[in-house]
Design a protein around this ligand. Structure first.
Ligand SMILES: N[C@@H](CCC(=O)N[C@@H](CS)C(=O)NCC(=O)O)C(=O)O
Length: 224
């Protein structure tokens, strides 16, 4: 794969981070291109179909430029380019289903966090709402069950690290660094998910990326 990639996004983790992690894992040639003047860029940047980030910009070896928006579309494009799934169509569909199931955990929690910020709610109130929401606990448990069925070996499917493991890593990592929600995922409560987390953390490409200057800091209200 001779293309060069730019991840056009704000200088935060957010929706840009899973894309950066996937490109790092895939050993792609990539860099971040940060938004610097959003009110202007939002309406004057080519390819921003919905006036939102992230956008993946690909410069191909033949000199073509491809611009793609919408996180899930970007994820699937990277997965396809770098073969981050399997050779079996049904298994790939299953991975896609796991991908949505994992994202659902993050979506459910994020709704409370965004709503809490909008209402200027005390963060302890938001955390309580997240912890009281049985559907979040259930979705975490469903992930534990999927992983148990695969042998509790630290992978979502078979014995291979796929994009789904990377996506799960990103979400677990986010909440491990979110004070008050840092006990959502633990070795005691969610041993199978934590095995995936450790596997990805120890992947050489991911480890190198996390230590690099490319990695953006955690949000200021977060630890570390
Ligand atoms: N469905 C889109 C959502 C993108 C989105 O909400 N982007 C936010 C940042 S995370 C954004 O660009 N906000 C600025 C704005 O809408 O003006 C995706 O998954 O990429």
């Amino acid at each position: 794969m001779d293309s060069k990639f730019e991840v056009y996004y704000f200088p935060i983790h957010g929706r840009g981070e899973p894309i950066r992690l996937l490109l790092a894992f895939a050993k792609a040639n990539w860099e971040s291109k940060f938004v610097s003047d959003w009110p202007n860029e939002k309406f004057n940047t080519e390819g921003l179909l919905y006036k939102q980030c992230p956008m993946l910009i690909e410069h191909t070896a033949s000199g073509k430029e491809n611009r793609l928006v919408q996180s899930c579309a970007i994820t699937h494009y990277i997965v396809d380019l770098f073969n981050l799934e399997t050779d079996d169509k049904f298994k790939n569909a299953l991975l896609s289903s796991y991908f949505e199931g994992i994202n659902e955990i993050n979506d459910k929690i994020s709704r409370y966090v965004h709503e809490g910020r909008r209402l200027n709610e005390d963060i302890t109130e938001t955390i309580k709402k997240v912890k009281d929401d049985q559907s979040i606990a259930s979705f975490i448990q469903y992930n534990e069950d999927i992983l148990a069925k695969n042998g509790a070996n630290g992978y979502y499917l078979d014995n291979k690290m796929t994009y789904v493991d990377i996506i799960a890593f990103n979400i677990v990592d986010k909440y491990l660094h979110f004070p008050g929600l840092d006990d959502l995922f633990t070795k005691e409560k969610t041993p199978n998910i934590m095995k995936v987390y450790e596997n990805v953390l120890n992947n050489p490409e991911i480890a190198a990326y996390l230590k690099s200057e490319k990695r953006q800091p955690y949000p200021s209200f977060n630890k570390k």
